[in-house]
Design a protein around this ligand. Structure first.
Ligand SMILES: Nc1ncnc2c1ncn2[C@@H]1O[C@H](COP(=O)(O)OP(=O)(O)OP(=O)(O)O)[C@@H](O)[C@H]1O
Length: 237
């Protein structure tokens, strides 16, 4: 297997795949960001996406989401039910929690309103609160709840949590395990490897435009390393 190839072990059956990238390259402002990537996204996996600042994580997620097109190569999507959470939310500051819910209700046919309202209440949100009065962590959590409640098969999450405290992150891990629709997959770009590695089945590291894939269980068992330790070793230079 070439270093930049990510091939899910035992796969090859596109029926079990949600997406496949073949030879995908992308340049921005004439700078090569992603170079001939081969990526397969299977069902029922939580996949971390890691790499240094500027390594191309957001670029890759935008390509997967169909927001940007590759310069070279092809992306095969085997599902149309893809939800993308961008790193910054798009809501106006005059909006309240209930307006954000309504925005999702009116924009996404497959938005599970009842589930969203229940979760929002369970997580302690008041529907009347102005979004600008929420803390960064609360706002991130709200956006995550809304996006997970769009019933999808693939969730592309671009740094969903940056301002969350430890207890919050624990709640979010539980929330993702519990409320992710059956068989759905997540690709989550994050710098918070220590916080989320227990959640990840696999991890994709972006390194100089290429991808290195690791099975997290294998890393722990065979190499005796956590994802974060591996990352620090590999990206030391
Ligand atoms: N719209 C754009 N136009 C030109 N260059 C861009 C654009 N967006 C990103 N870039 C550049 O592409 C490279 C990859 O950016 P990207 O945002 O994908 O990285 P990232 O891994 O998500 O970074 P971070 O971890 O800091 O969020 C960076 O060098 C960035 O400056």
């Amino acid at each position: 297997m070439r270093d930049h190839d990510f091939l899910f072990r035992g796969s090859g059956d596109s029926g079990q795949l949600l997406m496949e990238l073949k030879g995908v390259s992308k340049s921005l402002d004439e700078k090569l960001i992603l170079h001939r990537l081969n990526v397969q996204l299977p069902r029922n996996r939580i996949i971390g996406l890691a790499g240094r600042n500027g390594s191309g994580k957001s670029t890759l997620l935008k390509l997967m989401a169909g927001i940007w097109k590759p310069d070279e190569g092809r992306i095969f999507r085997y599902t149309k039910r893809i939800s993308y959470l961008m790193p910054r939310d798009i809501f106006y500051s005059w909006m309240r929690v209930r307006d954000a819910v309504q925005f999702y209700q009116s924009h996404y046919q497959n938005f599970a309103s009842e589930k969203a309202c229940g979760l929002i209440e369970n997580m302690g949100f008041d529907r009347k609160t102005l979004l600008r009065k929420l803390s960064d962590g609360q706002r991130e959590l709200l956006m995550l709840i809304l996006v997970i409640c769009v019933e999808s098969e693939l969730y592309l999450l671009d740094e969903p949590l940056t301002g969350a405290d430890a207890a919050f992150k624990r709640d979010v891990r539980r929330f993702l395990m519990e409320y992710l629709p059956e068989g759905a997959s997540i690709v989550m770009a994050t710098h918070l490897l220590r916080d989320f590695e227990q959640l990840f089945d696999q991890i994709l590291f972006l390194d100089h435009g290429k991808i290195v894939e690791k099975d997290t269980e294998e890393l722990r068992e065979t190499c005796g390393m956590s994802v974060e330790q591996y990352y620090l070793e590999r990206f030391r230079k």
